[in-house]
Design a protein around this ligand. Structure first.
Ligand code: ATP
Ligand code: MG
Length: 212
């Protein structure tokens, strides 16, 4: 441990943003692998209130997605959940959330924004992306369909000068997506073992993703 770390022990916090409609094991594995690999003391899941890039599609209410996320993270003492984006009016921008976290945590806390490979390549389209890249680091978890070599190349191409803000994290490939889970429910196919059991029961009880 270096001297500066002795005097001022830095805490690392992971921020796992997403629509989580519903949360599934792909999200949970990515967060857990990031936590261990980067020595994060906690990973805070932040369900998006009004995802700016999903305005063209119907999504479940913020509180349904919040509650499913809560049920999914409850059994991991290192996982937490924030309702900041669900409560906030207007589109949910990562930059607002990161700044809010910075105000809430002790000075010197390092923030790691965890994304999947697909979301990582879209950051330039996020609000104030250059400020966001200055405020936190990014962990890009591999996701089926985007090989890690391609991911590294794309990061270098898209984010010249700030590629050191990104780390690629190999996670066990889970070809699970919320889109697939929603279509399974619609088609009355099983979602067991793709989402935590309590999430499966919540979807069933609330009649989410039905034929409508
Ligand atoms: P949808 O199909 O509705 O877009 P999704 O499965 O992509 O849902 P999101 O809520 O959009 O889930 O994703 C939140 C974050 O989790 C994003 O950064 C996304 O890249 C990442 N992610 C989602 N699924 C996986 C997975 N299977 N492996 C790794 N990362 C994932
Ligand atoms: Mg997605």
């Amino acid at each position: 441990m270096g001297e500066s770390e002795l005097g001022n022990v830095t805490q690392r916090i992971g921020i796992m943003g997403g629509t989580f409609d519903p949360i599934h094991y792909g999200h949970l594995v990515a967060a857990e692998e990031a936590r261990v690999a980067f020595g994060l003391s906690r990973v805070v899941f932040v369900p998006s209130g009004h995802p700016p890039h999903k305005t063209h599609q119907a999504i479940s209410s913020g509180w349904d997605r919040y509650l499913m996320t809560m049920l999914a993270v409850l059994d991991n003492p290192h996982f937490d959940i924030s309702d900041t984006e669900v409560r906030r009016e207007g589109p949910s921008f990562a930059i607002d959330t990161v700044r809010e976290f910075k105000r809430a945590y002790p000075e010197g806390t390092e923030f790691y924004f965890i994304t999947g490979a697909d979301a990582c390549l879209e950051i330039l389209g996020w609000k104030d992306s250059s400020q966001l890249l200055a405020e936190c680091r990014f962990i890009a978890a591999t996701r089926p369909g985007i090989p890690s070599s391609h991911l590294r190349e794309e990061i270098t191409r898209l984010y010249p000068g700030v590629t050191d803000r990104f780390s690629v994290l190999e996670v066990p490939a889970l070809a699970i997506s919320s889109t697939d889970i929603r279509s399974r429910v619609r088609e009355a196919r099983s979602i067991r073992y793709l989402v935590p059991e309590l999430v499966r029961q919540y979807v069933e009880r609330q009649g989410l993703y039905g034929r409508g």
